[in-house]
Design a protein around this ligand. Structure first.
Ligand code: 4AD
Ligand code: MG
Length: 465
């Protein structure tokens, strides 16, 4: 008999019809006369109840139906007498696909800690919480593609293996087929890459931006959406070594339009979650974060604050004067730490903030220099609970200024020739940003740790599964 997915089964009202559902047993309870199986197949957070009349059904056959077992159940769809569900299934035929030994199956108990669940990341999608998170993750990916497609952007695929360090932070994972135990050196003692797979030093990308700019200089509006890698030794609830980034790049826009895009795009994604993921959000709101749905709604309805870095520093210093204590200093020129960002967003403005015009020394080489020669046109978006969710900027379109900056920073020019060609041939004003997909997921789900919004997190010293 053809399978009905549980999300559809729960909508059906053709009582008396025969129906087949398949999934994993969440629980089984009951008494001598009747047994109730709560079955989940991942299509929705909701279980369907299967009722077994033990006066009709051989109880022995139910023995393997324990928490975690996978079954196929065929029966009659009936109106439910119990509270909590509209429909249920009266079991006629049962097939057990896979048992789960109650002595060994780790997901028996409720309320297992997030830390413990990380150690069984191969099974945690079967919990309510992670089922909800990963369904929302899918929906957010759909929101992102839909937004850009509807706004005339092209999905441009940038390489994961690259020879350039976009952010210049030296946090790249090298890619090599060389024998690391017997490295060939050049005469001056450097590693000789000439016999390596690509004939030069290569690494996993930290950002698709530079190649994305090449796309924007031909197709006008592009976006990338793919995995990104950073070998930064940050053991925080907001950093991953492998994360997904969305990077739109747009020709002919200026700083204000870039900020409009950042704000419009995030609001669209959050609205999408409210429109498409309410069952899962309600679950997370109830069990993980009581303020979640309210916070999502408030972001959709709020105008973001637009704040030059220099004014932000003034606000922070004023706060310090009035007795506020921060762990790190924040004088003009310092990179803001997340405590500063969160103070501005959560305590001072109580709204998302787009911070602009940072000192050039704390930002990457490609950002457009302001007339003051000291600040660049960065436009980072700072969010409640998260801190930086977007890093963006107008790009320096002048070949001379870009060259001067590359020289000042001692970036090896020979590696950048192709990037500079965009400024040599038909250069155009343009701008773009990068949104950390998992940071968006943290905000939308209310989860506390970035390791819990990606199926298989990669962090320092962990690459299990
Ligand atoms: O601010 P970042 O480093 O900016 C760039 O990479 C630019 N090239 C983007 C662009 O303009 N196209 O990173 C962008 C965003 C951050 O705001 C943050 O949300 C996320 O990527 N991010 C991380 N997310 C998880 N783990 C990490 N280690 C992250 N590093 C950055
Ligand atoms: Mg940044």
């Amino acid at each position: 008999m053809q399978r009905t997915v549980i999300i559809d089964a729960l909508q059906r009202r053709d009582f008396g019809a025969e129906i087949n559902v398949r999934g994993w047993v969440r629980s089984r309870r009951g008494n001598k006369q009747v047994s109730f199986i709560a079955l989940n197949d991942g299509s929705t957070i909701k279980n369907i109840q299967i009722v077994v009349d033990l006066t009709q059904f051989d109880e022995e056959k139910l023995k393997p139906v324990t928490t975690g077992a996978c079954i196929s159940a065929t029966g009659i769809l009936v109106e439910s007498q119990g509270a909590g569900q509209a429909v249920e299934i009266q079991l006629k035929e049962l097939e057990v696909y896979g048992t789960a030994d109650p002595e060994k199956y780790p997901l028996q108990k409720k309320g297992l800690s997030m830390e413990y669940l990380r150690t069984i990341a191969h099974l945690r999608p079967r919990t309510n919480t992670f089922g909800a998170v990963f369904r929302i993750r899918h929906n957010m990916a759909m929101a992102i593609h839909t937004y850009f497609h509807e706004h005339g952007y092209f999905y441009f695929h940038t390489p994961l293996i690259t020879a350039s360090d976009c952010e210049g932070a030296g946090q790249m994972f090298q890619v090599t087929t060389k024998n690391l135990y017997n490295l060939k050196k050049t005469e001056d003692g450097q590693i000789d890459y000439s016999d390596d797979f690509f004939g030069k030093m290569t690494a996993l990308t930290v950002s698709g931006q530079l190649e994305g700019e090449l796309g924007a200089m031909a197709l006008g509006k592009i976006y990338t959406f793919g995995p990104t890698f950073r070998a930064e030794n940050s053991n925080t609830p907001r950093h991953l070594a492998e994360f997904w980034m969305i990077e739109p790049e747009v020709a002919f826009i200026q700083k204000d339009e870039l900020m409009d895009l950042e704000e419009d795009f995030i609001k669209y994604c959050v609205r999408w979650a409210l429109e498409h993921c309410m069952d899962d959000l309600e679950f997370l709101n109830q069990y993980m974060d009581k303020g979640l749905i309210e916070r999502l709604k408030s972001v959709v309805d709020t105008e973001f604050v637009r704040l030059p870095y220099t004014e932000g520093i003034n606000i922070l210093q004023e706060a310090i004067k009035n007795g506020k204590k921060f762990e790190f200093p924040c004088n003009w020129g310092d990179d803001l730490s997340s405590e500063h960002e969160r103070y501005l967003v959560e305590e001072h403005f109580k709204k998302p903030v787009i911070m602009t015009d940072y000192p050039k020394e704390i930002k990457a080489f490609y950002m457009k220099l302001n007339a003051d020669d000291k600040t660049v046109q960065g436009t980072d978006v700072l969010f409640p609970q998260i801190g930086e969710i977007i890093g963006g900027s107008v790009r320096e379109e002048s070949l001379d200024k870009l060259n001067a900056e590359i020289e000042r920073r001692h970036i090896p020019m020979k590696d950048m020739w192709w990037y500079l060609d965009t400024r040599r041939f038909g250069s155009a004003p343009h701008a773009g940003f990068g949104l950390g997909f998992e940071r968006l997921m943290l905000f939308v789900t209310g989860m506390q740790n970035i390791r819990d919004v990606i199926p298989f997190p990669r962090t320092p010293k962990t690459a299990e599964f």
